[in-house]
Design a protein around this ligand. Structure first.
Ligand code: PLP
Length: 402
């Protein structure tokens, strides 16, 4: 109320501290192209203060305009946006709004582990949908839903999807598959939570069309994040969904951290305003080139060192190479024990399985940060690990039960 009230109203209503007591008097930010911006007195006061839960109003407006232009979502007037503290916050706020105790949820297998940690305390029934090279298999999804309905089981209200540059598999769900999954969602009446932090970090010629852009029934909840494209420490993401769903997330935010960090939101607003839509897209293009080169390097190194030992698809987006090891049922011990002692850390595939006790022959390697020299060494060490595992040519210490 205080935020939107006219200036003639005197408010003694809110419990905000007085900004004059804050020790900061100026914040200036320099960008990589040597341009810069400074938060003026008014902006700084706003940046250091409580704001409405939905987000810093000018940023919320800028994000609305951005979403409209980037995705042209149908039913735009019935949707809204709420700023959250990154995509993970969005995942947890949305799922907690939708999932009741013991409710079923559809997730791709393998899956980003940030989903399981949210739904496990609610004893959700996780229904896994196996993935092929194009993402969750629609015919299996449909069959699972059909037989659940026939047997009178509780039907899922939501499916979690990570459509572009999927973590951990690096795929992009093609448009036809997206349409098919959306169609099934309409048929069986469930929501789609599209956690899409790598949307602008694809390595294809064409921009992927988001689930939001296909959503003619208001059943897609879209999560965006600035983590991968501006800064992960800034902790800002945003949820775009049907207005009542956004209102639920807002209420939940009020009960947890009131709102996402104001300073981060004001900085992002200034950046968006300074760059404009075209400038943001140019920045995303620069990121794509940066990570695409890294993707090409890791793929070449994997071919060089792991030839004949593994299978992998070249990632189409995101940060990860998903390597399937031949002749090894489970990579867990190899990576978690021997990998560490041999000086190479990569994530074992079982970490992305809903049932982590099940064996998985895959490994997730990130190409986002390591130097090319380190990537080369890591692949060389991985090849040694795999060869030793295949011939059992090592000594076991501290065997982990997995
Ligand atoms: C698929 C997916 N969702 C969510 C997140 C969390 O991102 P954020 O930093 O925006 O919370 C990640 C981070 O790795 C991710 O890969």
């Amino acid at each position: 109320m205080a935020y939107s009230a006219s200036k003639s109203i005197i408010s003694l209503a809110e419990g905000m501290p007085n900004e004059e007591t804050f020790p900061f008097t100026e914040i200036s930010i320099k960008l990589y192209d040597n341009s810069s911006f400074t938060l003026d007195k008014k902006e700084l006061a706003a940046a250091l203060q409580y704001i409405p839960t939905q987000g810093y109003p000018p940023l919320v407006q800028a994000l609305r305009e951005f979403q409209r232009r980037a995705h042209a979502p149908p039913l735009w007037e019935s949707r809204d946006i709420v700023v959250v503290s990154g995509a993970q916050d969005g995942v947890s706020k949305v799922l907690e709004a939708v999932i009741g105790t013991g409710d079923p949820i559809l997730v791709p297998d393998p899956c980003y582990p940030g989903v399981e940690i949210v739904v496990a305390p609610h004893q959700a029934e996780v229904i896994t949908i196996p993935q092929d090279d194009d993402g969750p298999a629609p015919e299996i999804l449909r069959e699972i839903l059909r037989s659940r309905k026939l047997s009178g089981k509780k039907m899922p209200k939501i499916m979690y999807i990570n459509a572009t540059g999927t973590n951990p598999t690096g795929i992009i769900i093609p448009l036809e598959r997206r349409k098919e999954i959306y169609h099934i969602a309409c048929e069986y009446n469930f929501l789609i939570l599209d956690d899409d932090p790598y949307h602008f970090m694809h390595f294809e010629k064409e921009e992927p069309r988001s689930f939001l852009s296909l959503d003619t029934e208001g059943r897609v909840i879209r999560l965006d994040s600035f983590s991968k494209v501006v800064s992960s420490g800034i902790r800002v993401g945003f949820v775009t969904a049907a207005a009542p769903l956004v209102a639920s997330v807002e209420l939940h935010l009020q009960s947890s951290h009131l709102h996402a960090p104001t300073l981060s939101q004001v900085i992002l607003y200034k950046l968006m305003k300074m760059w404009g839509y075209e400038g943001i897209m140019q920045h995303y293009m620069r990121l794509r080139c940066f990570y695409k080169e890294r993707r090409d390097v890791i793929a070449a190194l994997a071919r060089k060192h792991l030839n004949g030992l593994v299978d992998f698809n070249v990632p189409k987006g995101g940060f990860f190479l998903w390597i399937k090891v031949r002749g090894i049922e489970n990579t867990w011990k190899m990576m978690m024990q021997r990998g560490i002692t041999e000086g190479v850390i990569m994530a074992p595939g079982a970490a992305f399985m809903t049932d982590t006790s099940k064996p998985c022959n895959a490994i997730r390697a990130s190409f986002a940060k390591a130097s090319y020299k380190d990537m080369d060494l890591a692949m060389e060490r991985l090849a040694q690990l795999i060869r030793a595992e295949l011939t059992k040519n090592y000594t076991i210490e501290n065997v982990d039960s997995r």
